[in-house]
Design a protein around this ligand. Structure first.
Ligand SMILES: [Mg+2]
Length: 270
């Protein structure tokens, strides 16, 4: 949970704890490094379609994936196929749609258990929202197959409450679905207890790696679910709002790249 506005406790920057992280990286035969994509590895853009992984970050991730004993995972709100296309690294784990679709150890795609009726409900909601939101410029609906993202970043700020009202009003008549917030996005998804934390836990179990040998970085409320799975691991919240459940913070995706470069150097030296 996000702490209260008046709480002044700030999450320290990662460079304040690098001696501890250095010792952690040197001591473990296997480490799990998980990351969100948008706003964490790749800078946000006005249009989510324009978000790209910086070339340097891709090189660093390739080097990290090649380090012995490093398991890399990407867990995003994007659809799985979209995420894979944008990260484009072989031999790593992927989860899309906030973990509702994920890669299995054999590379095949697995879906989280959702009610069979959720699929047709998503299609109905898509049609209803397309009509109900048509008068709002800058609002668009991304079809992620098993979920929908209603993007409103480009809409006039004064219309944002209206977007929420419409989305909630449409979705509340479909008991198999729920609405969850993301950054300037309303996510419409099956109402099941499965989130980024659930898929992180599954990846750790399948990799045989304990939570104290894992790290996760993310910039959004949905990433807090993953942070909660790693009470004894390293968690990094990206952004200027340092009040999160993460142990440490990163300033922006460039800072994430700096951390990745530093981890590659430490891991290569150990
Ligand atoms: Mg993000």
């Amino acid at each position: 949970m996000r702490r209260g506005f008046f709480m002044l406790t700030m999450t320290p920057h990662w460079t304040e704890r690098c001696e501890e992280i250095r010792a952690w990286l040197a001591a473990l035969p296997q480490v799990f490094i998980g990351s969100d994509f948008d706003g964490t590895l790749a800078p946000l853009q006005p249009n989510a379609n324009d978000v790209r992984l910086p070339d340097l970050t891709r090189v660093l991730l390739q080097r990290l994936a090649a380090c012995p004993g490093v398991v890399l995972a990407f867990i995003s709100g994007r659809g799985l196929a979209d995420l894979r296309r944008r990260v484009d690294l072989p031999g790593v784990l992927y989860a899309g749609n906030h973990g509702l679709e994920m890669t299995a150890p054999d590379g095949t795609t697995v879906l989280a258990p959702a009610p069979a009726s959720a699929g047709s409900a998503v299609r109905q909601v898509q049609a209803q929202l397309t009509a109900a939101l048509a008068h709002l410029p800058g609002v668009w609906i991304e079809d992620k197959h098993i979920t929908l993202s209603v993007h409103y970043r480009q809409a006039d700020e004064v219309r944002h409450p209206e977007v929420e009202l419409i989305v909630r009003d449409v979705v509340c008549s479909h008991p198999d679905l729920e609405v969850r917030p993301a950054r300037r996005i309303w996510e419409v998804r099956p109402a099941i207890a499965w989130d980024k934390g659930s898929v992180l836990r599954r990846f750790l179990d399948e990799s045989g790696i304990p939570s104290n040998a894992a790290a996760f970085m993310g910039d959004d409320v949905s990433d807090f679910d993953a942070f909660r799975e790693l009470p004894d691991g390293w968690t990094f919240a990206v952004g200027t709002d340092h009040r999160s459940d993460a142990r440490l913070h990163l300033t922006d995706p460039q800072d994430t790249a700096d951390l990745l470069r530093w981890i590659v150097e430490q891991r290569a030296a150990s």
